[in-house]
Design a protein around this ligand. Structure first.
Ligand code: UDP
Length: 246
């Protein structure tokens, strides 16, 4: 398979990717060592000349749905979740700047003293100048997730692909923890993901990517060198796209 040539990509980082290992005593929501390692993977890819947008989640700190289940009003809980993504965005910004990568954070909820508001044309200029733009607060509205934020920003910023960096190496036809014979897809169609309810991203994010023909590449960002390898068409991943090629 020839390596796809992407110029501008959007990386979606789930909040859990920034967490420390459970056996690390404190089980930190944002572990500086882990965050630095993730930043290094991003810096390596940036150094290869890719234009990079990042959308960060907040699930390591606060998830609206779980809080709503415990009695907080859903919209309020979701706003709290969006604020959690801003904390993660600042952590990723800090880790990247400490290793010499220029960044800007833009939030869908304006927060003047903390970061820039989301302004598409301004984000465009940052990318042209080689800065990594980190988008926080998802789409800025409750009842959405940062997956939808990632799909929306990928479409708005005309990204060639959405890379979903997680702690698993792709999309399986069943839960590999429960079904040992579960098979990882090399490629899978948007429609299969939606109709089989495969756990990739939420349905509105998948549909937005499908409608805008943005491939979704699911890969393990915790594995050293894998992000760059996947971009070069060599690492382990699953690509969600219009047609399956199995
Ligand atoms: N959230 C929201 N609207 C958005 C993005 C996020 O309401 O556009 C809230 C929602 O409560 C969600 C939380 O922020 O649970 C954290 O985001 P998410 O669960 O997507 O984080 P991830 O799972 O990627 O770490």
């Amino acid at each position: 398979m020839t390596a796809p040539r992407f110029r501008r990509i959007l990386l979606k980082l789930s909040g859990e990717v920034l967490m420390g290992p459970k056996d690390n005593g404190g089980n930190l929501a944002i572990d500086p060592d882990v965050t630095t390692r993730v930043a290094q993977e991003i810096a390596d890819v940036r150094a290869q000349g890719y234009q990079l947008c990042i959308v960060v989640g907040g699930g390591n700190i606060f998830r609206g749905l779980s809080a709503a289940a415990k009695g907080i009003e859903r919209a309020t809980a979701d706003y709290m979740g969006m604020l959690a993504t801003v904390m993660n965005a600042l952590a990723v910004q800090n880790a990247l700047e400490q290793i010499g990568v220029d960044t800007r954070v833009q939030s869908a909820i304006p927060m003047q003293s903390v970061c820039e508001p989301f302004i598409r044309r301004r984000a465009e200029r940052h990318l042209e100048k080689g800065r990594v733009v980190i988008f926080a607060a998802g789409v800025g509205s409750p009842f959405f997730t940062t997956d939808s934020g990632a799909a929306l920003r990928a479409a708005e910023m005309k990204c060639d692909a959405l890379f979903k960096g997680t702690s698993v190496d792709g999309v399986y036809d069943a839960d590999p923890k429960q079904v040992p014979s579960a098979k990882r897809y090399e490629t899978v169609s948007y429609d299969t993901v939606l109709s089989n309810n495969l756990k990739v991203m939420d349905a509105s994010a998948i549909a937005l990517c499908r409608d805008n023909n943005i491939p979704i590449v699911v890969f393990n960002i915790r594995e050293h060198g894998n992000f760059a390898a996947v971009l070069a068409g060599q690492g382990v991943s699953t690509i969600v796209q219009a047609q399956e090629q199995n």
